[in-house]
Design a protein around this ligand. Structure first.
Ligand code: PSU
Ligand code: MN
Length: 303
């Protein structure tokens, strides 16, 4: 049985959950491991601000000193952005970080686990993990966690570094619905299109809220993934995308980068190789997704 004592909600988040107000969970791996300094701390603050501008309460999730935290203050965000000794915490890492009293930045999987137990229903991130390319079936723990957590996850699809068709099939097999928010295709993170269909299109927060309520009434436990394309003007050009991705994948393979290191390595290498184009896209889509998530959380709290 889950020991609720392990989770600590900030006062603001606790009050909002208790009163049924709109709350948006935010992950912290992107702060500690996904973005370079100083953009990481600036982004963490900007995402919280974007959620507030949408009239929802931001709840960044992390592990601090072995305690599961939902809703962080400024100095806690700084501690994560420093990154020193911060573990990347996916589902399997939760007991390790708790047992050792460590600091940990939660992935989509880790955040889903904690946020759902804190009573949160909407979560904004950049891109979910998925099935990696290559012979080894490296499948992110994000996927099985999505299959068993009834959360609404707003993202820009799965990163183009992944095997997108395989990731899309995985979601379908495991009952995770994909909504195209203002689009018919699943976006591919840095680019607006993937050639892979969403299950349904929604153009307003209310339409998304209707699907979420139906899912809940049916008692289905899987997440609903709401995919939002990177804002126009920040999309990464096709040739830049192809070149930086091909190189990142081959450098990762030649250096034997794998496991938890792989995703951060690919993102950093592509940003360097693209002259920052992928980083600019990443920042733009993160902020945009936080805004959309706030709108959906508000629509959900209105009934
Ligand atoms: N997308 C990003 N930046 C990130 C990640 C995703 O733009 O830093 C992180 C998320 O936290 C996601 C994790 O949950 O990468 C997936 O890592 P892995 O493939 O090791 O499960
Ligand atoms: Mn992996």
């Amino acid at each position: 049985m889950f020991d609720g004592e392990l989770i600590q909600l900030s006062e603001e988040v606790e009050a909002a959950v208790r009163e049924g107000r709109a709350v948006v969970a935010l992950e912290s791996t992107v702060i500690s491991h996904g973005l370079p300094r100083p953009q990481n701390l600036e982004t963490a603050r900007r995402l919280e601000q974007a959620v507030r501008e949408g009239r929802a309460v931001p709840a960044t999730v992390a592990v601090l000193g072995g305690r599961l935290r939902v809703g962080l203050d400024g100095s806690q965000l700084e501690r994560l952005a420093e990154g020193e000794g911060v573990r990347k915490v996916s589902r399997r890492d939760l007991p390790l970080a708790v047992a050792r009293g460590e600091d940990g930045a939660t992935t989509v999987a880790g955040t889903l686990w904690i946020a759902s137990r804190a009573g949160l229903r909407v979560f904004a991130t950049g891109g979910i993990g998925g099935v990696h390319r290559g012979a080894l079936p490296d499948v992110s723990a994000d996927l099985p966690e999505l299959a068993r957590t009834p959360m609404t996850v707003v993202c820009s699809g799965a990163k183009s570094v992944l095997d997108l068709p395989a990731t899309r099939e995985w979601l379908e097999t495991h009952g995770v619905g994909v909504v195209g928010y203002g689009c018919d295709e699943m976006p591919a993170f840095y680019t607006r299109r993937s050639g892979l269909p969403a299950d349904v299109r929604a153009d307003t927060p209310r339409e998304v809220a209707r699907v979420v309520r139906a899912r809940d009434r049916l008692g289905l436990e899987a997440a609903l993934v709401v995919t939002v394309p990177v804002p126009e003007g920040f999309e990464v050009g096709e040739s830049v995308m192809e070149e930086s991705l091909t190189e990142a994948l081959s450098v990762a393979a030649s250096r034997g980068v794998s496991g938890r290191e792989l995703t951060p390595f690919l993102l950093a290498h592509m940003s360097w190789r693209s002259g920052g184009a992928t980083l600019r896209a990443n920042l733009a889509l993160l902020e945009n997704n936080a805004r959309v998530a706030a709108d959906i959380a508000v629509a959900l709290s209105e009934q």
